[in-house]
Design a protein around this ligand. Structure first.
Ligand SMILES: C[S@@+](CC[C@H](N)C(=O)[O-])C[C@H]1O[C@@H](n2cnc3c(N)ncnc32)[C@H](O)[C@@H]1O
Length: 281
């Protein structure tokens, strides 16, 4: 395997940080060497300096490198509790808010920012189907999934998962209800797929064109960002929420010292954040 020098590690890490926000510390030389080895072979390159020269002039190659070194780890119903919260508190609150408003045309918008290969989005879609049941038709629910990685968006949009992926988080009842078995792969049924919309998006770039959301899941991505980028990100996420909107983070993530625009709440054995201006009540 080709070794990376300290200088090469520094320049490639800086470029990745500039483009994606992902911080690669000095101890990650092996990560870059191992994850990028196939790319060096494919491009017939003899050193990481050669790769760096190419990265400086090719956005698509840089995207490919970001995709390779990113952690795409995810699973259906990852951490479980946020989905219990969604079903037992957040969706009922939204439904109550709409019924009190007396309007006929309800729409619910949920964003999975950094959705990886889509399992988070389809888990949300299953909860939406299970909560609303026959009432689902009264609501226009749209779940937007975004990620910086092309490969993640392609897989999410396809909605096809291996037996191993399906086995991580889904009960056999859910598999029967919401997936079609196509030999080795399982495809998401149209009733779930219809709720989801996927788009490639870099969280460092402007995202106000996505519009406003009622609930945002931004889990297990900001942990890879610098403090400064985390501050900017959560401030801009706050701008994308409707009054009283909800932000859900990963199990180990906190907003302490990052932004004071949210109120920290605890319920169903999990923490979540509510935008301070306005509330569902
Ligand atoms: C560990 S996965 C988290 C997936 C899912 N949210 C979950 O918790 O299961 C992190 C994802 O963040 C994406 N990512 C990293 N930097 C990003 C950026 N600047 N903008 C958008 N997505 C990014 C990666 O491509 C990866 O798919």
């Amino acid at each position: 395997m080709i070794k990376i020098t300290e200088t090469e590690l520094k320049s490639i890490s800086q470029l990745i940080h500039e483009k994606s926000g992902i911080v690669i510390d000095d101890g990650k030389a092996y990560l870059l060497e191992s994850r990028l080895a196939p790319l060096l072979t494919e491009l017939n390159l003899n050193s990481f300096s050669d790769l760096y020269s190419k990265l400086r002039v090719s956005n698509s190659l840089t995207n490919q490198v970001i995709d390779e070194i990113s952690n795409h780890e995810t699973s259906f119903f990852r951490d479980h509790r946020p989905f219990v919260l969604l079903k037992n508190r957040l969706l009922p609150d939204l439904e109550n808010k709409f019924s009190r408003s007396g309007q006929g045309n309800f729409s619910i918008r949920i964003w999975s920012a950094a959705c990886s290969t889509g399992q988070e989005v389809y888990s949300i879609a299953i909860v939406v189907r299970e909560f609303f049941g026959r009432r689902a038709e009264q609501y226009r629910v749209m779940i937007t999934g975004t990620d910086i990685a092309d490969s993640a968006i392609v897989k999410s949009s396809r909605g096809e998962y291996s037996g191993l992926e399906i086995g991580r988080g889904l009960s056999s009842k859910m598999v029967d209800m919401y997936f079609i078995n196509q030999g080795k792969m399982f495809r998401v049924k149209d009733e779930l797929r219809a709720l989801a919309f996927f788009q490639k998006l870099n969280l460092l770039k402007p995202f106000d064109s996505l519009g406003k959301f009622d609930i945002i899941f931004c889990r297990n991505v900001a942990i890879y960002f610098s403090l400064q980028n985390r501050r900017r990100l959560f401030d801009r996420i706050a701008d994308q929420l409707n009054p009283g909107g909800i932000l859900i983070l990963g199990g180990t993530e906190l907003l302490f010292g990052i932004t004071d625009r949210f109120r920290r709440c605890e319920e169903h054995d999990t923490f979540y954040y509510q935008l301070k201006t306005g509330s569902y009540e």
